[in-house]
Design a protein around this ligand. Structure first.
Ligand code: SF4
Ligand code: SF4
Length: 226
């Protein structure tokens, strides 16, 4: 899922500026699961804005809502009146959600309340870890299901560098596991160490974000059904 975290409150308040009516809008999908932008966080952030505004002597009206997903137009119908009444919409969804609001409500000023960070998962309570960079041409079948692009600090494709020690990465031995150590252990456990000896050719990065704005066209979904 997409992992995000809330921007510092001061940054959010500076963005909102002198807006008088603010709709704080959460998203019920990824950012709810990573405790950054769900209904609970909407309530907390709305309260923080009210308190900060009151302390600053500002008369501000803050409304709250959370829709199922901010990355799909259909879910905005339920909040269109609230959005119409607000001067600004403060989205605490990922960057896709923020940009979707701008397309759904083009007349609205929209601010991002989160920093969208990576594709990952909650590994243990309070710890979210990156697992995928969305490179567009997945090589997990050759690496035992462990991604060296996202999880090796140098995105190496043909085994570890000289800084791998005791299963840890030299970039941060306390917190980062060496991806190539994990790959080796995984391949050993499934009897596929032969894959370690296969040389990966240079990767075609044109399928990644380095190749320009990406899109997927599914003609079967675009057909008009009569
Ligand atoms: S190889 Fe690419 S698509 Fe597959 S997990 Fe890694 S970054 Fe994601
Ligand atoms: S120590 Fe391992 S994870 Fe770190 S850069 Fe080298 S190969 Fe990649």
């Amino acid at each position: 899922m997409i992992i995000a975290e809330q921007k510092p409150l001061d940054e959010i308040l500076a963005a909102i500026g002198d807006a008088k009516k603010i709709l704080v809008l959460g998203c019920g999908a990824c950012v709810t699961i990573c405790f950054a932008g769900g209904a609970k966080e909407v309530g907390i952030l709305a309260s923080q804005i009210r308190i900060a505004s009151s302390k600053a002597g500002k008369d501000v009206e803050v409304t709250e809502d959370t829709i199922e997903r901010q990355c799909e137009n259909e879910f905005f119908d339920r909040v269109k009146e609230k959005a119409a009444e607000a001067d600004v919409v403060l989205s605490i969804a990922c960057g896709v959600g923020v940009q979707t609001i701008i397309e759904v409500f083009p007349e609205k000023i929209v601010f991002a309340g989160l920093n969208t960070t990576f594709y990952g998962r909650p590994k243990e309570p309070g710890l979210f870890t990156e697992y995928c960079e969305g490179c567009g041409s997945c090589i997990l079948n050759a690496t035992g299901g462990i991604c060296p692009i996202a999880r090796c600090s140098k995105s190496l494709l043909n085994g570890p560098c000289g800084g791998s020690e005791n299963g840890k990465c030299e970039v941060d031995p306390l917190n980062i596991e060496c991806a190539w150590h994990l790959i080796h252990e995984r391949l050993k456990s499934i009897g596929r160490l032969d894959l370690m000896e296969q040389v990966s050719p240079p990767k075609d990065w044109s399928t990644s974000s380095s190749g320009g704005v990406r899109r997927i066209v599914r003609e079967d979904l675009r057909e008009v059904k009569l």
